[in-house]
Ligand binder design. Structure first.
Ligand code: EPZ
Length: 419
């Protein structure tokens, strides 16, 4: 069993290159399965386990992937299977994008219900609402979702909640539906825009991504294309917060500063300097100056739920009382018990966490309870005095490429050890 071992207490200095966005890549790869003519060459795919899992899922339905570093060639020109039922499908949340992609291309699909991080109930009612509005019959049976339509016809769909997954999934299907689909109250996350841009590069007609109304004019077919995935907002946020927590100065390279605004603003409020350049940010921090702040997670452009857990570590060592209100997921505070083992002072009540800043954290043996909880534990280990051992690190590698190398290059004492 592998674990991460960190000797904490060092400042971070230098440059870190941010990889392609996980939550864009895991939608773009299934979207490429909608192309029956030509191949898609997609650059900047992050080297993470969720992508590797998706590669196996794609080949299990007959898609062919050739890789050259972070560039993937996806060839879906042969007929695909419309049933995705391997163990890998059940392992990751984003396998639900096969439903939208296969429904668009073949008007039917059967996909095992997806897993993913245990961060609360993860319903699909809004995906289903969208598919049904376009004329698909949807059945949930023995742990799988089946969709089938004689004709997939554009519709007006108003989502009851702002959902990244439902927005992307229904947008995928609508791309190859007849006529216009209007999606209202949609998610505006950078990865939603990236998927829409990818679809348009393949010949789709998607307008409005990034606002709360998306209009999709269905096209008959999509063609192969060349595309590059946007940088990962959440990975960048994690390195920004780590620098703020450890102290030092780090240039976060290959990012879109606009995507980082909600995080930069909170860090500045806490006493951290964030200097914006064209495609990078310089984060400068003196731990002694950190002060408390409050956050409420919300859909983009609000403060991202996926950065809440790393942020809680920074709050744990900032002077004063910080309050987190987690409005997206009902169970995203599991890491707080692990942080408390390291000396943090945290009270969790429902979806609120009240954090009293302490002078120091101390190294301990902790678990990565989910992906972002794992990132939080890494930051806590880097900040803490003494040795921290992190177990269940497979969660971390689902979403962070080369995390230990990237931190080591910034001066951290971190290594993977086989237990
Ligand atoms: C995506 O999950 C991300 N995953 C999550 O990132 C992220 O936390 C989340 O969006 C919010 O930003 C991927 O993109 C693969 P949602 P998703 O549908 O699409 C409710 C990470 O750490 N809802 O936007 O599953 C739902 O319960 C992961 O990288 C419904 O009620 O999230 C939640 O409260 C974890 N009905 C809210 O909407 C539905 O049909 C937002 O969920 C769908 C969602």
């Amino acid at each position: 069993m592998e674990k991460l071992v960190i000797n904490g207490g060092r400042e971070l200095h230098g440059e870190v290159e941010i990889s392609g966005a996980k939550n864009a890549a895991v939608a773009i790869l299934p979207a490429a399965l909608m192309v029956s003519k030509g191949v898609c060459e997609i650059e900047n795919i992050p080297g993470i386990d969720d992508v590797h899992c998706l590669e196996r899922i794609i080949s299990s339905v007959g898609g062919k992937i050739t890789k050259n570093g972070t560039t993937y060639l996806v060839d879906a020109t042969d007929e695909l299977k419309v049933v995705a039922d391997t163990d890998d499908v059940r392992k990751m949340r984003a396998s639900y994008y096969l439903v939208g992609a296969l429904l668009g291309r073949y008007k039917k699909a059967k996909v095992e219900l997806p897993g993913g991080c245990a961060i609360g109930v993860r319903p699909m009612d809004q995906h289903i609402k969208g598919f049904e509005a376009m004329g698909a019959k949807v059945t949930m049976d023995h742990g799988s979702i089946s969709v089938e339509a004689d004709r997939l016809i554009g519709a007006n769909i108003f989502f009851d909640v702002v959902s990244v997954g439902a927005t992307i999934n229904v947008m995928l299907a609508a791309t190859l539906a007849e006529g216009q689909t209007v999606l209202e109250n949609v998610a505006r996350e950078p990865h939603v825009v990236d998927v829409a841009n990818f679809l348009n590069t393949m010949g789709a007609d998607v307008k409005g991504a990034g606002t709360d109304v998306i209009r999709v004019n269905g096209v008959k077919e999509l063609r192969g294309c060349h595309y590059s995935v946007i940088p990962d907002q959440i990975e960048a946020g994690t390195y920004m917060i780590a620098t703020a927590a450890c102290g030092g100065e780090v240039t976060i390279k290959n990012i879109i500063p606009k995507h980082m605004e909600s995080i930069s603003a909170k860090l500045e409020e806490m006493g951290v300097q964030v200097k914006e350049l064209d495609d990078s940010l310089i984060v400068t921090s003196n731990k002694a100056n950190l002060v408390a702040c409050n956050i409420k997670t919300s859909p983009y452009p609000g403060f991202p739920t996926d950065v809440q857990q790393p942020m809680s570590v920074l709050m744990s060592i900032a002077k004063g009382r910080s309050i987190i209100n987690e409005s997206i997921w009902e169970s995203r505070f599991k890491h707080m018990d692990e942080l408390k083992k390291m000396g943090a002072s945290i009270l969790v009540e429902g979806r609120t966490a009240i954090i009293e800043g302490v002078d120091r954290l101390s190294g301990a043996n902790v678990r990565a309870t989910d992906l972002r909880a794992g990132a939080a534990m890494v930051i806590a280990g880097l900040v803490a005095e003494g040795k921290t051992e992190i177990y269940d690190i497979e969660h971390i590698y689902r979403g962070y490429p080369n995390i230990e190398n990237k931190f080591r290059e910034l001066g951290a004492d971190i290594k993977i050890v086989n237990d």
